[in-house]
Design a protein around this ligand. Structure first.
Ligand SMILES: [Zn+2]
Length: 471
């Protein structure tokens, strides 16, 4: 509350006493500067859409919240998996230029000039350019299409900037090898400020919230993302958009011309799913959500952002039991299971994929209850119930056995679990799991510890049926 200004205006003759010596003010010199809760990423990015290049100036303020003193840092540099794509031009740590580092495949490792004690920070500054690869279609039965790069009508920046991978005390840096399908990266939550310059004719979909109030220089769009896992950008001069408001969340569907009907359907499904999952699992974590038509055939989740494959737009027939609908519901659910609660996507892919697949059923039960029972056979056109769901991504013998185990067998487990413990305990568990693991990286043990806080039912037979490991 502010008092009316007339009462505080000083008479012109009043003498104002200003302390002239600052050192007279007692400043406790031993108080440590609080270190940030999460790593702070600042990226100044110039995307040259015509030439398919990016130049970036990046700063990471990294807090060591582990219990160990760190002597090195490991960053994932996924663009370096494509020869000639990633070109590092400068690298400094706390303003000390670093000339000795190893960059091999997706891994950048550097020795810290000064070791990093627990609860202290280090600042990594780097400049680099990206020559975006042409993301040609690959055999989808063998491996995921490449997303990072460009197509005839789109530039996609996914896992495009170097990021510090999670550090686990006792284990070390967590950076798994890539695999033909599924995901292999593990993300700590971090805060992002991305200042983007690009061709004004290009429409940009991004993970972050464009800050209209920020005084940024002309031509620069500032995006912010708080407690995000990974910042994605998709740009195209052809994008058309429709938006809707769900509470304080703005959902936007980005699609190519002549796809108005599926583009609108994606907006409707995503908006409804945000509303439903907010009730079921707790609040949506960001202010925006971009649902983006990918010029490739894969769906993929990022922070406040997901891709849907173009084939699903082509196949959309206006009916609710449709790949476009249930995969939109699935990718929206990743904003809880991936974004709020992360997991090791290589070692424990079931933790997010089973919940997101089962969330599709929740969507139908809420909005198309007459269709809910047909979701099972329609979605699971192949299903091997004997498979165990808790496999690492590397254990599947192909994309189909992998998705059968982690998506389909996983959804059956959740259905049986819900029937065993009842709706009340089941949904209380899911909301509590999201709350307790919010911003963290969950392990299977966390899932079961929190589950058992909500039920005393014996589920040992379900675990024996569905899991290879004992929990
Ligand atoms: Zn998924």
């Amino acid at each position: 509350m502010h008092p009316p200004p007339s009462q505080t205006s000083a008479p012109a003759t009043e003498t104002v006493i200003i302390p002239t010596v600052l050192s007279e003010v007692e400043v406790p010199t031993t108080t440590p500067i609080p270190i940030p809760e999460r790593a702070q990423y600042t990226l100044n990015v110039n995307l040259d859409y015509t030439n398919k290049t990016v130049s970036a100036d990046q700063t990471i303020v990294y807090p060591n919240h582990s219990s160990e003193t760190l002597s090195n840092l490991v960053l994932a540099v996924v663009p370096n998996m494509w020869p000639g794509s990633f070109n590092l031009t400068s690298l400094s740590v706390d303003n000390t230029p670093i000339s000795e580092y190893t960059l091999s495949g997706q891994k950048l490792e550097l020795a810290l000039p000064t070791s990093l004690a627990p609860e202290t920070t280090v600042t990594v500054t780097m400049q680099y350019t990206l020559n975006l690869p042409f993301a040609e279609q690959q055999d989808p039965s063998v491996e995921r299409p490449r997303i990072y790069g460009y197509t005839a009508r789109q530039v996609n920046l996914a896992n495009w900037y170097p990021f510090i991978v999670p550090y686990e005390a006792g284990t070390g840096w967590v950076l798994h090898d890539p695999w033909y399908y599924g995901e292999h990266l593990v993300y700590e939550a971090a805060d992002y400020e991305v200042n983007l310059i690009t061709d004004p004719s290009v429409v940009v979909a991004a993970s972050g919230y464009p800050e209209p109030a920020e005084p940024v220089e002309a031509g620069v769009t500032r995006y912010t993302l708080t407690a995000g896992r990974t910042f994605a950008i998709s740009a195209s001069p052809e994008f058309q958009t429709v938006s809707a408001q769900v509470g304080d969340v703005t959902v936007t569907s980005y699609y190519f011309p002549f796809y108005e009907e599926p583009g609108q359907a994606v907006l409707d499904v995503t908006s409804k799913a945000v509303g439903l999952y907010s009730q079921r699992f707790g609040p949506y974590p960001h202010k925006t959500l971009a649902a983006v038509m990918g010029d490739f055939n894969d769906g993929m989740e990022y922070s406040a952002f997901y891709f849907l494959p173009r084939d699903f737009y082509n196949l959309y027939d206006g009916k609710p039991m449709n790949y476009l609908v249930f995969v939109a519901a699935h990718e929206t659910a990743h904003q809880w299971w991936f974004e709020r609660v992360a997991n090791d996507q290589a070692e424990h892919p079931w933790l997010d994929e089973s919940l997101c697949t089962y969330s599709e059923l929740l969507y139908y039960q809420a909005y198309h209850p007459e269709q809910a029972s047909t979701w099972w056979p329609y979605r699971m056109y192949y299903h091997d119930p004997a498979a165990k769901m808790d496999i690492p991504v590397y254990a599947g013998t192909g994309f189909q056995p992998y998705t059968n185990a982690t998506y389909f067998v996983g959804a059956h487990f959740l259905e049986d679990l819900r029937a065993r413990i009842g709706d009340e305990a089941f949904f209380a568990f899911l909301a509590d799991y999201a709350a307790q693991m919010d911003g963290k990286i969950a392990k299977p043990q966390d899932f079961f510890v929190i589950l058992r806080q909500h039920t005393s039912a014996d589920i040992s037979d379900l675990i024996a049926t569905y899991f290879a490991n004992a929990y």
